[in-house]
Design a protein around this ligand. Structure first.
Ligand SMILES: *Cc1c(COP(=O)(O)O)cnc(C)c1O
Length: 432
């Protein structure tokens, strides 16, 4: 049985359930330092630098990450947004075409579609996973739909069977955004290997991180060729090993490329951290499942549904839905603040739905043509996203580093929920 101090809530000046530090994120160790120094002294800091006789960290990471995802090709990029952009461009998505995007996700999913002149069609999510609903997606497919972007959000995997079928039936390619799910497995396959192409972010908070970084993965060699050129100003790795002092890239120009390359420093960190990903994911998964169990005993708290077809789950954020009546009818922001105060860690709401998100402003972009129906088609407010909106009103998210602790850390989290629930009368009287 969990016990907790029945003092008043930390939000009102009581003693918090926990003051101890949580595990730190991002992580690096002596080996990471060693690789970074190796890059520093190597005389080559970028793939567009001159060949120094050593294999690029960027190529080594690309190979390792492709292998990790079950075999195929990987093109590292400067960040996840660039990965999404070149994935869309490689699929041939262009001006005026439509891309289905979940209405609940990080803004870059929609803004990367809008930035290439295409139209994000915002699709509502499922209540129990917060991932895009296959049925809602099916309803808005049109002759202009050029891609379906599915995002595996927080600590779930979207219904990949459903989306694979939808993609097969319609011939519309599936793009998986795995920025929050590196290493998760659906029926034995890594996420990212089921769609035609997939994008990853390795930004600071992600479970595989180098600060700022990204990658695209595909099994299709034609897409791979395009992706390489799209991210290196129309160049790709040379067919032959270059002489020392020469460029390792050959000029092709079969597409309009841009520079979106990942630096050698970042690639070295990723190569190192990738070795730890499975262990860290397992550690988080074990704690996440234990926390799911503990919260189940408290009542009024429902962690997101785990689909039985998921063999390995990645917890980017531990996300839990509250029955707010059990919390004195307080609003979610009040409970979020109360939990943050009890736990000494920043608890978050889920993202703001993209039809009402301060960061998503496609109509303010000077890439938006004013001369035709482009603004009307882009307008986020036209989309109806009831489940995404409800998710925002009822769900809380804990950052994944809390799951890198031990079982007693999970008990602290459950205690904080239980204490807040017990003190719900004081929350009810609290005005924000
Ligand atoms: C983080 C993230 C991105 C953007 O990645 P950046 O590296 O920040 O550009 C895109 N999609 C999802 C789902 C993300 O979580």
């Amino acid at each position: 049985m969990l016990t907790w101090n029945s003092d008043k809530l930390a939000l009102f000046g009581g003693k918090p359930v926990r003051e101890k530090q949580w595990p730190q994120w991002p992580r690096g160790d002596l080996n990471t330092e060693h690789l970074l120094l190796d890059v520093l002294r190597s005389g080559r800091w970028a793939i567009s630098g001159l060949y120094n006789g050593q294999e690029l960290y960027e190529r080594r990471f690309a190979e390792a990450f492709a292998k990790y995802n079950g075999g195929g090709f990987c093109v590292p990029t400067a960040n996840g947004s660039s990965a999404l952009t070149i994935a869309l461009e490689a699929l041939g998505v262009g001006v005026g075409s439509e891309v289905l995007v979940p209405g609940l996700t990080w803004v870059a999913c929609a803004s990367s579609v809008a930035r290439i002149g295409a139209i994000p069609v915002l699709v509502d999510v499922e209540n129990d996973t917060l991932c895009m609903s296959v049925e809602a997606a099916r309803k808005v497919i049109s002759p202009r739909t050029a891609a379906i972007m599915v995002v595996h959000l927080y600590c779930t995997v979207a219904d990949l069977d459903g989306f694979a079928t939808l993609s097969e039936q319609t011939g519309i390619p599936l793009l998986e955004d795995c920025s929050q799910s590196h290493g998760a497995k659906w029926k034995g396959h890594r996420v990212g290997s089921i769609g035609k192409i997939s994008a990853f972010s390795m930004q600071d908070t992600k479970v595989l991180s180098c600060g700022e970084g990204g990658a695209v993965f595909t099994k299709d060699s034609d897409l791979y060729d395009k992706l390489q050129q799209l991210r290196a100003d129309g160049r790709r790795y040379s067919a032959a090993i270059p002489s020392v002092g020469e460029l390792e890239l050959e000029e092709v120009g079969a597409v309009q490329g841009h520079n979106r390359c990942l630096s050698e420093f970042h690639a070295a960190i990723l190569l190192d951290r990738l070795r730890h990903l499975d262990d860290e994911n397992r550690h988080r998964e074990q704690n996440g499942e234990y926390l799911r169990l503990l919260l189940g005993q408290i009542g009024g708290t429902r962690p997101l549904h785990r689909d039985p077809r998921i063999d390995a789950l990645t917890f980017y954020r531990f996300c839990v839905r509250l029955d707010l009546d059990d919390f004195g009818g307080a609003d979610i922001e009040t409970v979020r603040r109360a939990l943050t105060a009890e736990l000494n860690i920043s608890v978050k709401l889920v993202d703001n739905p993209l039809n009402n998100n301060i960061l998503y402003n496609p109509l303010l972009s000077n890439r938006t043509s004013q001369s035709d129906d482009h603004p009307k088609r882009l307008d986020p407010r036209q989309f109806n996203l009831p489940n995404a909106t409800e998710g925002r009103r009822e769900c809380l998210c804990l950052p994944h580093q809390v799951l890198l602790g031990n079982r007693s850390d999970m008990e602290d989290i459950a205690r904080a929920f239980a204490k807040i629930k017990e003190n719900r009368e004081s929350l009810r009287r609290f005005e924000l």
